[in-house]
Structure formats: C-alpha cells, structure tokens
Design a protein around this ligand. Sequence first.
Ligand code: ADP
Ligand code: MG
Length: 277
Amino acid sequence: MSTLTTKQTNSEAKEFTSKRIDESNEKFKMIAENVTISYGGIAAVKNITMKFKEKSVTALIGPSGCGKTTFLRCLNRMHDMTKNAKVAGKVMIDGIDLYSKSIDPIYHRRKVGMVFQKPNPFPTMSIYDNVTAGLRLNGVKDKKILEEIVEDSLKMAYLWDEVKDNLKKPAIELSGGQQQRLCIARALAIQPEVLLMDEPASALDPIATQKIEETITELKKEFTIIIVTHNMQQAVRVSDYTGFMYLGDLIEFRETKKLFTDPKNELTAKYVQGQFG
Ligand code: ADP
Ligand code: MG
C-alpha cells in the first residue's frame, strides 16, 4: 500500500479519474451525469458523475450514510416512489436519459434489475412463482416460455441445481443465501441489461457470500453490474472499477486495483487502509 506524499484535492483526483475512464474506448452502458439527490431539500448525493462500462462490475464503497444506496436507487428511478426525494441531473442508459419526459419510463426501467440488501422473495409464493411474477405482471402467459425463463434465470443465478426438483416449494423454505440467489433469478427473469445490487451479501454467511460473489463474476459476462458493498475485500474480489463515496461526494473512481493500491486522494487512502469506517 503506498502512502500519499503529496496532498491532492478532491477535484484533482476526480479529474484524474474521469480522464482515465474516458480515455479507454470501451462502451458505456450507463452514465450518471451531475446527479444530485436530496431528501426534503438536504442533499444526500452531490453532483456525482459516473460512467459504467458494459459487461463490467463497478463497486460503490464508503462509510455508512455516505449516499451509496441513494445513488444506486436513482439508476432505475426508484426515488419516483419516495415523496420527499428529488433527483437532479441525468442518468443515461444506452444514450437515452432515463429521466427524460419523452421516454417510456417502464420500458427503460425494465432494462435495470435490482437486488436488495436483505433477500426479499415473495414469502408465500413458490420458487417458480417468484421467478415468473414479473413476467406474469407483464402479460407473459405461455407456460413453455415461462418454464424456459425459470430454468435459464435459475441457472444464471447458480441456483438451478439446488432447486430444480422442488420448484413448487415455498421460497421461504430456502436458506438465506438461496433466497438471495432466487432474488437474483427473479431480477434476471425480466431480462434486464444492468443489474444493481445493494450489499447483496451483507445478510449472508461466508459460504453463501462466496456463492453470490461467484454468481456476480459469471453474470458480468452478460450484464453491467453496479454493486454497493461495505466489504472492501468483496469490492477487490468482484469489481473492475470502484467508486469511493464520502458524505455524498464521489471522492475517487478508478480501476479497483489502482484505487486500492495507489489511491490518489488522502481520504480514499485512509478509508482503504481501514483508518475509518
Ligand atoms: P448508505 O447507503 O451509503 O449507507 P444512504 O444512501 O442510505 O447511505 O443515506 C444517505 C443519507 O441520506 C443519510 O444521511 C440518510 O440518513 C439519508 N436518507 C436516506 N434515505 C432517506 C429518506 N428516505 N429520507 C430522508 N433521508 C434519507
Ligand atoms: Mg445503504
């Protein structure tokens, strides 16, 4: 771990960040531009710009309350449902502003799936019905199509082998780790292109966590993944890029390896060295 010899300001680190990421010529699936999110007039996320490369994993790290969940939720317009929340700025998916009045928010939001911190399957529904719930809401009735999607989604979530003979079992009878992979399968069933995950393993034991991390590593071959984690080792293991947030600001955003081994900002350096949490 290198120590910082020169004091660099936030803006220097930010400039460095965006320059590096802009210079590469891979495709960006999603871009958040100058996003500010306030609750009752108080900003919880301050003017954040971040670009997410297609088929990569980006981790968001930072101390509790720094705005990670708040930022993640703006990426699929989830604040629309929160009365006191206001989102300013742009969120582009495939070059189209998710917040533009002229787009169909349902169509574009469907490109983005979400997995929450606590596994939240529909408890009384079977495994099968959990996976198909979103599709049925969207009017898919063909049994053969539904069955195919159930199998594909459960395979992608690395749960199929464990549940294929018990698809009618209530979701609640699965272990916590299996429930979370079921929630991943449920999110994948509606065929999103981006997957948002808010501390998906924080409620799980180490073995279940490892399974989720393996799943993420496989899923990035197909999907663009943005994951919030308070576990720095997890960010190192699963992500290609990491953004460090502090008090609503994006302090530094770079390739994961570089952010952890050669942080450009003093705050990032202190955080990744575990000097505060
Ligand atoms: P993190 O996920 O990094 O722990 P959050 O995004 O949950 O942080 O919270 C960022 C800040 O916004 C915190 O100060 C939190 O109290 C506040 N906040 C989060 N949700 C709401 C809400 N619905 N209403 C008011 N304030 C909120
Ligand atoms: Mg959070």
